[in-house]
Design a binder for this molecule. Structure first.
Ligand code: GDD
Ligand code: MN
Length: 389
């Protein structure tokens, strides 16, 4: 048996102080490009070729983080990895989410400098060397911006998307307190050590990892030094955008969550939002059954409760837990668990409300206390048992 002496390898304190030297010693590349993908098979080869041209002469790697795309993006990425040793792929099964894919990709590399870019060729890879230069020169983050200098959203955004992007930029400025031209950009480079420091504070839900990174770092007390590099957003030529009303709702959830200093998790806010729509459904069904169809109050109330619970389950499965969506049998099992949790939540609601009512509170206060209590309960229980983290 050969015994390897690790002490010699680790005794290099002078080298260890410098992140670049440290990475070079470990054999890690200097620059890692993280590309989250969902159904980007048609773009991956072109992307790799473009990166090879732009980054020629640099020591870099490409990490594709694929969420089990049905089009076989991961298979192609692995095949490319066999031909190019600096290409690798992380395939995640049963998970979805752009932000969490980026986070896992960055955490998987030893490269001291990292960039995140889309896999659909909309981001102009030729600015990567300039972004790398900025973070090497001391910036914490270099943002590829469509709205600074020569940058533009070009053909890449429809008028509606452009308007939405501008509104989101306004909302973000309120949060970061920094006048950043394009906080919605999904294209940026970051120093790995800076990222690792902030990573525990990041929300893994949704699309907007850059915004989250800036807000979370600022909240930790050090507003990041940000450089901007202009580029023109290209039109997508193959595959489809995953932007949707769902993504917009998730963004608003993230925004309110960050406004609360992270005290209210995005998923709780979305869960509560779904809960409000459930109340409307409940009251609507109840009215319909009792006044239009003259069904007795008790059966109508039972039917309305069941319908509202079912509605809440599917809406939560679609919006709040899009990243852990239950399908097929698992969805049915989840629905039954959801009914069970909400029934206990309902009992808790009534007991808390009547306890507070007995303390001579006005009915509305007692009712509200009961409702808050059962939402927190339902959220906590279904998060643990229905949509397991
Ligand atoms: N792993 C993984 N999981 N990747 C995903 C997921 C997911 O659930 N959803 C989307 N992606 C990948 C896509 O395959 C693509 O490579 C990239 O994330 C961006 O997704 P698009 O669907 O092309 O988004 P977009 O073009 O509408 O918006 C992008 O550009 C905007 C402008 O820079 C995003 O980067 C936005 O964050 C950005 O604001
Ligand atoms: Mn895109």
């Amino acid at each position: 048996m050969t015994v390897i002496d690790f002490t010699a390898a680790t005794d290099n304190s002078d080298l260890m102080a410098d992140p670049v030297a440290r990475a070079n010693r470990s054999g890690a590349p200097e620059f890692a490009i993280i590309v989250p993908t969902f159904n980007e098979r048609a773009n991956l080869l072109a992307l790799t070729t473009k990166l090879e041209t732009t980054l020629a002469g640099l020591d870099w790697e490409l990490i594709v983080v694929d969420d089990d795309s049905p089009d076989g993006t991961a298979d192609l990425a692995w095949q490319l990895g066999r031909e190019h040793p600096n290409v690798r792929c992380i395939k995640r099964i049963g998970r979805r989410g752009l932000a969490s894919a980026c986070i896992e990709g960055i955490l998987s590399t030893n490269a001291p400098f990292v960039a995140v870019m889309d896999g659909d060729l909309q981001h102009d890879e030729t600015i990567l060397p300039a972004m790398l230069a900025k973070i090497k020169a001391g910036a914490d983050i270099a943002v590829g911006s469509r709205y600074v200098g020569d940058g533009s959203s070009g053909e890449g955004l429809s008028p509606l998307r452009k308007w939405g992007s501008e509104q989101a930029t306004r909302l973000s400025t309120l949060l970061t307190g920094q006048t950043l031209s394009d906080p919605m950009s999904g294209f940026f480079a970051v120093r790995r050590d800076f990222f690792i420091d902030v990573a525990p504070k990041l929300s893994d839900e949704g699309f907007k990892i850059l915004l989250d990174l800036i807000v979370s770092a600022s909240r930790q007390g050090t507003a990041p030094a940000i450089a901007e590099v202009p580029y023109t957003f290209r039109a997508r030529t193959a595959g489809e955008s995953k932007m949707s009303p769902l993504v917009v709702t998730q963004f608003l959830g993230l925004w309110v969550s960050k406004l609360s200093g992270g005290v209210l998790p995005t998923s709780f806010l979305l869960f509560s939002l779904v809960g409000f729509t459930g109340i409307a459904i409940h009251l609507g069904v109840l009215t319909l059954f009792t006044t239009v169809w003259n069904i007795g109050f008790i059966p109508a109330q039972i039917a309305a409760t069941l319908i509202a619970m079912t509605w809440n389950f599917f809406l939560n499965n679609w919006i709040t837990y899009a990243d852990k969506k239950l399908r097929g049998w698992k969805a049915l099992q989840g629905l039954l668990l959801f009914y069970a949790a909400c029934s206990i939540g309902g009992i808790a609601n009534v007991s808390v409300a009547s306890m507070i009512y007995d303390l001579r509170a006005v009915p509305i206060v007692a009712g509200l206390a009961g409702a808050v209590m059962s939402s927190v309960f339902n959220y906590a229980v279904t998060r643990t048992f229905t949509w397991r983290s």
